[in-house]
Design a protein around this ligand. Sequence first.
Ligand code: HEC
Length: 208
Amino acid sequence: MRKFLVYFFSFWALTVVVGLSVLGLRGSTSRKPPLEVFPDMDHQPKLRPQTVTKFAGFADGLSSRLPVAGTISRDSAWELNSFNTGKTEDGGWVDAMPVPVTHELVKRGRERYDIYCTPCHGAAGDGNGVTTQFGMAAVAKLHDERLIKMSDGEIFNTITLGKNLMGPYGEKLDPKDRWAVISYVRALQLSRLGKKEEIPDAVQANLK
Ligand code: HEC
């Protein structure tokens, strides 16, 4: 019986000591790093900002990189100005292009139009693109009087967000490209509105 009591109390004492040392320290903080039995993937080579490192293999060794050419910052893309939205401050449509219309811009617009708009609206804007043969119905004719009179801002908005069956092209065309496309759409419209007298004499001579 005495032997049993000795065992019993030593076991009890041990339990108390172990219990206290494990549970009693919970919640207390220490400045020493914890003992790591299994470090798992805690320590990995990585880029810390604003330092020199060989890790990424850049020639100049800098961990912080400049934005890649052509990067559009979220801030500039979301700033609510007429260039980005096609709307004026009081919520109306921008009447005319907020960027200078240059030969370069129209050329760029033609290229983008041919890629993104021709499949539905047709190369000349007649609303007879190839998709109309496959069930795309009621594609707008860009030469309609209504669209000729439509403000540049409203067309910009249609390109950005789409309209009914037409999907949005905002994520495929940045704002500058959208204005470029509009400048080309205007050129297409003008090509139908011109009068014969407006054609330069040299070109008229060759007309059939
Ligand atoms: C997938 C086919 C498709 C593509 C691609 C497409 N459109 Fe459209 N677009 C339509 C359809 C369909 C309508 C008629 C929408 C409606 O019901 O009013 C339309 C309407 C329009 C309108 C008239 C909107 C209005 O307010 O009535 C404009 C302007 C226009 N598109 C410009 C463009 C331009 C610019 C592009 C190229 C960036 C383009 N679309 C690409 C199918 C397309």
